[in-house]
Design a binder for this molecule. Sequence first.
Ligand SMILES: Nc1ncnc2c1ncn2[C@@H]1O[C@H](COP(=O)(O)OP(=O)(O)O)[C@@H](O)[C@H]1O
Ligand SMILES: [Mg+2]
Length: 383
Amino acid sequence: MPLPGIGELKQIMQQARQRFDLPEREYQESPRLLEAALGLSTSEAQLAFARAITEKGRLTEAEIPLIVGEKEQVIRKSGHLEYFHPKARLDDIGGLDRLKAWLQRRNQAFSEEAREFGLEAPRGVLLLGLPGTGKSLAAKAVANAWQLPLLRLDMGRIYGGIVGQSEENMRRALHMAETLSPCILWVDEIEKALSGMKSSGSTDGGTTARVLGSFLTWLQEKQKPVFVVATANHIEHLPPELLRKGRVDEIFFVDLPVEADRVEILKIHLRARGRRDEDFSEEELRKLARQAQCFTGAELEEVVKEALFRAFDDGRQLRQTDLADAIAETTPLSQTMHELIRDTRDWARGVQLQPAAQLLKNCRLTRRVQKLRGCGRKGKTHS
Ligand SMILES: Nc1ncnc2c1ncn2[C@@H]1O[C@H](COP(=O)(O)OP(=O)(O)O)[C@@H](O)[C@H]1O
Ligand SMILES: [Mg+2]
């Protein structure tokens, strides 16, 4: 049985009103309230409305959070989807300008006006890149920017015990996402669930391949406005089917942040911790950014946190030198992952995504210079 739609939910709501004899002024058949109940089964909706009436004595728009709360619990119990309330905004992402512009342009894409204008609802994006470059952050920010519910699909949990259960789990999760549409379905680190693909036929009776197949088919055929944001760190595990045209609208390759982006990221994380932009001059920040070559956004955030600890420990305000020291003591992941970076960039070039920057070369050069000068991780800046 399909889950009840708006019309049926309205009936359930009216029944609840009659049963509890709710006075006129405490009852409001708001479309937003009904939308909030989408995704609940008939009995779950009955329970949710009853709870709102017994607890609050009314059933109005003010009860939306309560209904949404009920729904989240139901979704959580189903086990494959997770409801998120992200705080991040697009402005909290440093760099990733093309992605941000692309997303911003589609801000109103799910509205009634957009449909009347003849626009198709965007299908989704695939974000590829090194860990810690802000892909998950972008998924959260887009939900906030578009004011849509964010559902995370946990691919790892889709795989169930009994034969055929994984397919059923996937089907149910996708069905739930469609019921809650318009919404954003976030598939984080999609490659993790698919790494067994190649050997799938021989090791798991083809389950992984079938589950992926059903996901991809859904991705291509879906009619409901579910915007998929899939992220991946390791391209080598990705099946080529996922990258075919028509599955998603765009594939974005997220590279290490360049100097200007690193300045922006440092600013964002200093601001997030109560520091004002005036606390450090542009020149100071640029110097730090130069020193933090090949750092990812996540590493820059760690640098800010670590520097704050130092300053606090010494009982004084944060100084530029705290940040510089923290950078000097960090070995960025990218240094131990040369191959991964190179392969990812080569690969990205191959499928004609954004051309990769020359960062890696510079990075290696700096290391070499540092070695030659014998100042290793001391963290002196080199131009
Ligand atoms: N471009 C960026 N701008 C601002 N913060 C960033 C950026 N990239 C990473 N971060 C910080 O690092 C954290 C982890 O990044 P995340 O989005 O999980 O990386 P990924 O999903 O690409 O591995 C984020 O929550 C954010 O605080
Ligand atoms: Mg991530």
